[in-house]
Design a protein around this ligand. Structure first.
Ligand SMILES: [Zn+2]
Length: 307
């Protein structure tokens, strides 16, 4: 008799705790919230169980230097625009006019910016999606681009190289980053799902490090990090993080998920590489050798100066 009871109890537990529902992050899971946590995203979309998924942990000593990974060309990244920031129930997202483009950087063609959004932890704790040598940063910015000739992301996602996402990490700094004021200040107006408000004018350039600090990056092919997990993304992860104060980071934890819970831990766990090679740009080496060159010239000048 007991042999029959246990499976029955397990079955009812299974029904209560893993019932099909919308996808969610691990931080949202409770037994009375029947949502699909990251391990179950393949129930919502089989792509999420694919072999080239994102995010990943980058093991820097296993990356391969690739001479084709030259500096990016950013066009119209300085363009000021009036965007709308929205709480979409999973993150905050800002639509971008399709005027800013990227090329170079080892990309097969030019890509135009479509939207950006963020992933974060709990009150400034670990929250990035990608990790570098196991380190999880407090937040990660994704600027999503599509090949220039597409007009919508859905079409671009049917091309295995249709989408290019630039990923930037954040680090905690002692002072506030005033360039982020328009975004941080808008958060209080979009605390609930579908809340949206217009941003004070911003440019993409003001949200990311200056161009000379974007020469060192990692490259691999992966997927969207939310369902449908489509494997159509050329990923670029920049080494230099963006500074934000702890108060600025904490402001994101004031937002609410679509289930009303605090919007924290909005990251998918890292996925297996499955044999993929992660490449790194040549930027770091160039910077080091130019620094050496400058030092050499300075020394030469110093020596040649009459006393
Ligand atoms: Zn993302």
């Amino acid at each position: 008799m007991q042999q029959l009871i246990l499976p029955a109890v397990l079955a009812s537990f299974w029904t209560i705790c893993t019932g099909a529902g919308d996808w969610c992050y691990q931080s949202q899971f409770t037994c009375d919230n029947e949502c699909n946590v990251p391990d179950k995203w393949n129930h919502a979309n089989s792509n999420c169980a694919g072999k080239h998924q994102s995010p990943i942990n980058v093991v820097t000593r296993k990356t391969l230097k690739d001479e084709r990974l030259t500096n990016f060309q950013f066009d119209n990244y300085q363009q000021i625009f009036r965007g709308t920031i929205k709480n979409n129930g999973h993150s905050v997202q800002v639509g971008v006019p399709h005027l800013s483009t990227i090329s170079g950087g080892g990309l097969p063609t030019s890509y135009k910016a479509v939207q950006f959004h963020l992933h974060w932890g709990n009150n400034g704790g670990p929250g990035s999606e990608h990790t570098i040598d196991g380190e999880q940063y407090p937040m990660e910015l994704h600027i999503v681009h599509m090949k220039h000739h597409y007009t919508d992301l859905t079409t671009a996602l049917s091309d295995p190289e249709g989408v290019a996402v630039l990923g930037f990490f954040y680090e905690r700094s002692n002072s506030g980053n005033r360039k982020y004021d328009p975004i941080i200040n808008a958060l209080q107006s979009i605390k609930t799902t579908n809340g949206n408000t217009s941003l004070l004018p911003i440019s993409l350039a003001q949200l990311i490090p200056s161009e000379q600090n974007l020469t060192t990056y990692y490259r691999y092919k992966g997927s969207l990090t939310t369902p449908g997990c489509t494997e159509a993304v050329i990923w670029t992860l920049f080494e230099n993080p963006i500074p934000l104060s702890i108060d600025q980071l904490k402001a994101f934890s004031e937002l609410k998920f679509n289930d009303g819970k605090p919007m924290v831990g909005t990251f998918r766990p890292v996925q297996p590489l499955n044999g993929r090679q992660v490449s790194r740009s040549v930027g770091a080496v160039i910077l080091a050798s130019s620094a050496l060159l400058v030092a050499t010239i300075a020394t030469a000048l110093g020596l040649s100066q009459p006393n």
